[in-house]
Design a protein around this ligand. Structure first.
Ligand code: AHN
Ligand code: ZN
Length: 321
């Protein structure tokens, strides 16, 4: 696993039940029920656009769809459009899409997922596929879909705190395996690096952040990722304890994982918001379909979407100002 600190200031993936009130600090809090069927549809709608790779029609249409849906869910939507430059010198038309709820609240929680697709299937076992774009069902339409369903719930019932959902662009334009030149970790997470240096609100801060990456695979496991423990161990504890309490301990496993270069790194290191990564990985990596032609809807499981979404709704609705 990668351990280098690369985004430093100087350097550059269910069933409906009846809603029951729960008590915390003797005040009853009702936690909305996460609808995994709804989340699944949001994942599928993204995938149906085709690979959302930079500068493609599918990318543009999917971005428009995200803006439209978030507006429909009552969010204040801010679109950060900018040109970023890929490792290969290509100009990439990027949009970070920010959906904000409870604008009047100073205490805020940040959620992130990347909405772009990798233009290459560089891990595909078939060399003939390695320059084809991925469908990106798990990487990372899954995370976006879970956040969309959470947004739909946030619109129906307000939590105590403010919430900002950032759909970040150009996470997955990191150098492909077959690239022969020098590899730099900052070729990844381009949209988040931009946002962390140019937040949608000047001086933006959140109490903490939660990144979702590859959160839709059947029997996914989310170990406690290295940077997340380093920068935001209390957030890890809170989420993993909540998941355990709700019976999702088979997903949110009590194990420490390696360090992963992902969108939470620039959020921690550049803008200084303690942020964790909920990401499926094992000793064998991110799943056999990762960065292959097989990252399709057949690897998306509603039970996993439900475990993640329901846990995070509980975390948000228990949060006090
Ligand atoms: C690297 O492989 C360097 N980071 C994993 C982050 C990632 C890629 N998430 C989705 N695609
Ligand atoms: Zn990826």
């Amino acid at each position: 696993m990668l351990t280098a600190s690369i985004f430093g200031l100087t350097a550059c993936g269910a069933k409906k039940q009846k809603q029951e009130p729960i008590a915390k600090d003797s005040v009853a809090i009702s936690i909305p029920k996460f609808d995994a069927d709804s989340a699944y549809k949001y994942v599928k709608t993204q995938v149906d656009f085709g690979p959302r790779v930079p500068n493609s029609k599918a990318h543009e249409s999917c971005g428009d769809y995200l803006i439209k849906e978030m507006t429909r869910f009552g969010a204040k939507v801010t679109v950060q459009a900018t040109n970023l430059v890929g490792y290969d010198g290509k100009n990439l038309k990027a949009r970070n899409i920010i959906a904000s709820f409870n604008l009047e609240k100073a205490t805020r929680v940040l959620f992130l997922a990347h909405w772009d697709c990798r233009p290459w299937s560089d891990h595909d076992p078939n060399p003939a596929n390695q320059k084809k774009p991925v469908d990106g069902a798990n990487d990372a339409a899954s995370g976006v879909g879970v956040l969309m369903e959470m947004a739909r719930q946030l619109n129906k019932q307000k939590p105590e705190v403010g919430v900002d959902i950032v759909f970040v662009d150009m996470e997955d334009y990191g150098e492909p395996d077959w690239y022969k030149g020098e590899k730099k970790e900052e070729s990844w997470c381009l949209g988040t690096q931009y946002w962390a240096r140019n937040p949608h609100v000047p001086g933006y801060h959140a109490r903490y952040g939660i990144l979702l990456d590859m959160v839709g695979a059947p029997n996914a496991v989310f170990p406690k990722e290295g940077y997340s423990l380093q920068y935001a161990s209390y957030v890890i504890d809170n989420i993993w304890n909540e998941a355990q309490a709700q019976g999702f301990g088979n997903y949110f496993v009590n194990k420490q994982g390696g360090f992963i270069t992902d969108d939470h790194v620039p959020v921690n290191q550049i803008i200084g918001i303690p942020t964790v990564d909920i990401i499926h990985f094992t000793e064998n990596g991110f799943g056999s379909y990762w960065h292959t032609q097989d990252d399709t809807m057949k690897n998306i499981d509603k039970n996993t979407l439900h475990a993640v979404g329901q846990t995070l709704l509980a975390v948000i609705y228990k949060e006090k100002e």
